[in-house]
Design a protein around this ligand. Structure first.
Ligand SMILES: Cc1cc2nc3c(=O)[nH]c(=O)nc-3n(C[C@H](O)[C@H](O)[C@H](O)COP(=O)(O)OP(=O)(O)OC[C@H]3O[C@@H](n4cnc5c(N)ncnc54)[C@H](O)[C@@H]3O)c2cc1C
Length: 447
């Protein structure tokens, strides 16, 4: 069978599913995308609110190193949406905001946020360490860090031993809790080093009109080319059948020649009946945790220079990060107004999953008001967002297991493959890379 004769179902219209769908469609396959939500984008979703607000409750920024993502953004004719974001960040420490360009160890050296001793150790030890291991530290191939022996312990254990407690508290903890919903004790040292290595030369970009710009453009291109996209259609089961697959979704069941299941790992494991017991067990090992964010629509701009603020340990009760949307990119906030998105710390996200806006305000607003005084009196409207499987945790030992996970995802059954950020790295780039790899596997099998 050649690709033009092939009917493929794609479960999930997040970046992984839409990347796979674009590649399969370009190869001539007849593609049907199914998503449980009433919108495309998954965790990159943007919500449009009356009055000209565009809320990005999840994904905020795209790194300049995201080669697969920017390649597909170009292919979807949406490259013009990407704009360099000032990326001006801050660390809340000892009761005030210290400006930094977060994520970049080099920028941290120049900032007042860190004690001099730590800066000296960073310059003399950590930056040379990252340079020495640069070939092993690639976020698209994290298994290399495992092969180099960097995956055996947490960044907390490594950091306390090699660089001291301040490194863990003032660098690793804010970066990991803000951008990856995880804590230094549970993140692999190799994963953190790869992030820090990438940060050495990173520039951050935002999408004009909202973070879902890639997914919306991909969906538009697919529809224009004749593909079908069914929203509000949860997939309940994918089974192998009659030389193809049977997909049960939204109360109906349909046969396709092949399927890509591009869902968070626990959901993929629930619906993918084609997995061998060993493959299902491998997926069971993927750790995820909920993510919760609170959007505050304000009657005035927040009045600060920074975009994203993280907290040193102990400086916030429940909030991991505060992002001021008018400082990210133009077009998200109506003139003269403000929009702040606050992300819950892991323990607060567990408590707030499924909760209403009043509970989220009660738990999160006091921390926001401490760093943005008077914000509580400026709130026009508050909205809460949650994802049961929001963050994939790349803990010690997980990088070494990635090749096993990928073979479970790609090799379990002839006409089905899995995709999702959990197969590469917990970022949109990891998701897009997985979608392209999954599509290539399917196409290679039928050519
Ligand atoms: C709060 C937050 C902030 C983040 N910020 C960034 C950032 O700034 N930069 C970055 O690179 N990454 C960021 N990430 C990570 C990024 O969101 C993910 O890595 C990426 O979205 C994963 O893409 P995916 O396609 O694998 O999964 P998802 O984006 O989760 O897409 C999966 C899709 O599957 C659908 N689905 C689920 N179950 C079913 C079912 N049974 N049937 C049909 N459809 C179903 C969902 O509705 C969803 O549309 C952030 C994550 C969170 C939680």
């Amino acid at each position: 069978m050649s690709a033009p004769d092939l009917s493929v179902a794609v479960a999930g219209a997040g970046p992984a599913g839409l990347a796979a769908a674009l590649r399969l469609h370009a190869a001539g396959a007849s593609v049907t995308v199914l998503d449980a939500a009433p919108f495309v984008g998954g965790r990159t979703r943007t919500e449009h609110v009356d009055g000209g607000w565009r809320i990005d409750p999840g994904v905020q920024l795209y790194g300049s190193s995201y080669a697969a993502f920017f390649g597909l953004l170009r292919a979807a004719e949406a490259e013009a949406l990407a704009q360099r974001s000032p990326g001006r960040d801050a660390l809340w420490r000892k009761g005030r905001a210290h400006e930094v360009v977060y994520g970049s160890p080099a920028s941290m050296l120049a900032s007042g946020a860190l004690p001099l001793q730590l800066k000296l150790r960073m310059g003399a030890q950590y930056l040379p360490y990252l340079q020495r291991h640069s070939a092993d530290l690639d976020l698209s191939a994290l298994e290399r860090a495992a092969a180099a022996g960097l995956d055996a312990e947490s960044i907390a254990a490594w950091g306390r031993r090699e660089l001291g407690r301040d490194f863990v508290d003032l660098l690793a903890a804010p970066l990991l809790s803000t951008l990856y919903g995880t804590l230094p004790d549970e993140a692999s040292a190799g994963f953190y080093h790869a992030l820090a290595r990438q940060g050495l030369s990173l520039e951050v970009r935002a999408l004009r009109g909202g973070a879902d710009g890639f997914c919306r453009a991909a969906a538009d291109r697919l529809r224009e080319g004749g593909a079908s996209i069914h929203l509000s259609t949860p997939v309940d089961a994918v089974d192998t059948a009659e030389g193809g697959v049977r997909v049960s979704a939204g109360g109906a069941s349909q046969r396709f020649d092949a399927a890509v299941v591009a869902l968070p790992a626990p959901e993929a494991r629930r619906v993918a009946n084609f997995l061998t017991p060993a493959a299902a067990e491998t997926l069971h090992g993927v750790r995820v945790r909920p993510a919760v964010s609170l959007a505050l629509l304000l009657d005035r701009p927040a009045g600060v220079r920074w975009f994203g603020l993280s907290f040193a340990p102990g400086e916030s009760r429940a909030v991991a990060a505060v992002c001021v949307q008018e400082n990210k990119v133009a077009g998200l906030v109506p003139p003269g107004k403000g929009l702040v998105v606050a992300f819950a710390q892991p323990h607060a996200a567990e408590r707030l999953l499924g909760a209403g806006v009043d509970d989220a305000l009660a738990l999160l607003l006091p921390d926001v008001a401490r760093v943005l005084p008077g914000v509580d009196r400026a709130v026009l409207q508050a909205r809460v967002y949650d994802w049961r499987h929001g963050w994939t945790i790349f803990g010690p030992g997980s990088l070494g297991r990635l090749p096993v996970l990928r073979s479970a995802a790609f090799e379990s059954a002839p006409a089905t493959v899995l995709a999702g950020d959990w197969l590469y790295s917990p970022t949109v780039e990891g998701a897009v890379t997985s979608g392209l790899a999954a599509a290539d596997r399917l196409l290679a099998r039928i050519r």
